[in-house]
Design a protein around this ligand. Sequence first.
Ligand code: NDP
Ligand code: MG
Length: 299
Amino acid sequence: MMNTISILGSTGSIGRQTLDVAEQLGLQVAALTANSNVERMEAQCRKFRPRLAVMTEEAAAKELAIRLQDTSVKVLAGTDALVDAAVIPEAETVVTAVVGMVGLKATLAAIREKKRIALANKETLVCAGELVMSEADRCGAEIVPVDSEHLAIFQCLTGREGELHKILLTGSGGPFRGWTREQTRDVTPEMAVRHPNWSMGAKISVDSATMMNKGLEFIEAMHLFGVTPDDIQVLIHPESVVHSMVELLDGTVIAQLGVPDMSLPIQYALTYPERKHSRSDRLDFTAYCLLYTSPSPRD
Ligand code: NDP
Ligand code: MG
């Protein structure tokens, strides 16, 4: 297992959970990046002591540099400095957890340095999937998805080259599943970010509420697994227990299941191909399979 990571977008939902996992696994952190959240970045730098911290907002970088004067952390400013964080030599793995297409240039730079990419930032593949995948192939860089559905498919397909018939991509349907057009007329942003199963950043939560996230994930899956739109079927599965499935040539279906907790895919993307113990909750089948576990006294 590798020992040192960098995180692009460390102050966000995925970034913070990645640092928790890194702490549990005893990993070193070489570089952290954020946009403007100086408070959280200072706390992360004091705890994890990266060599480099990047704030893409200039004023935030200035403020961070003042606050970290008593440390050895180097502070850089601007979007271009994301590349410095992505190629820092100490890190074997770069976790891409920024939101939007701002992560593309840094991801490509990391790929060209042959780093492993733990890819959460799906917009990277949506906007330039062909380029990213072909560069990874050319440079021999490994891309391990963090998105739970894609890591599920990745695990179902491991060791099954040439056996895939169809990808079954699951989605919960979000907070407004089953609502009529009339009912959704008055929804607020606060209602949209209250996802029933997952705790996530604001943009992906809204994308989940509109189902746009599944569209982005559809494109993400096409690039990651080299398939066409006809090879992917989207299924609504409100409980978010089956994280996705693959149907093989002979009709066999393989699924990956687990509790809806992003620390699990984050951890496996970091330890792959090894698997380590996790402190996350375990899947309790008795909560999902009531018919089998609660027989009536007459039975
Ligand atoms: P958040 O909004 O919680 O975090 C985004 C991170 O990116 C923060 O560190 C933020 O810094 C930084 N950032 C925001 N804007 C910029 C910018 N213009 N330039 C550089 N950095 C920026 O997002 P999430 O953690 O929810 O999502 C991150 C990515 O992972 C997204 O692509 C999302 O689709 C994907 N993903 C997320 C999942 C989840 O459970 N959250 C699940 C699967 C995929 P600051 O804090 O300073 O604003
Ligand atoms: Mg997902």
